[in-house]
Design a protein around this ligand. Sequence first.
Ligand SMILES: [Zn+2]
Length: 158
Amino acid sequence: MIQLLIKTAICISFYIIGAYATTDILRLLKGHPVSVGNSDCFCESCGCKLTLRQQIPIFSYLSSQGKCRNCGHPVSPGNFILEVLFTTVFVLAAVITGFRPVIWPFCVLFYEAVKLFCIIRYGKRGRELAKGLFFSLLGNAVNFSLVGVLFFFLALVC
Ligand SMILES: [Zn+2]
């Protein structure tokens, strides 16, 4: 029972990391108006602040049909793609391997590799890049440490 709870918590953490990726990776890229250290989410077109309900990963994008509820401007599909990509890859990898601890470094490497790929492919932001990278790595360290703790507890109860 406790194993199932921890496994569920790990999957939820992966889902949250997938959501976090959009405020992390996309904001390191060229031309993005918001910097990484900013904890709020905004519409890239009209600048309106998104409510918590509009920030539910994957589902908010689907229910709003990929448009800003305020101005109707299309939301960058990159948001949706990153959310789906990370949640699917992480959860699948964990389920297929039976939640082995090796999944943890795999997820960290995969995440950083995608970040690096996006920066190389789409260009890095000029202004505040160093600050952005600092907040990005700090945020990743916190997120993945939490997942690491969950894997540790899972190993303990197995
Ligand atoms: Zn808008």
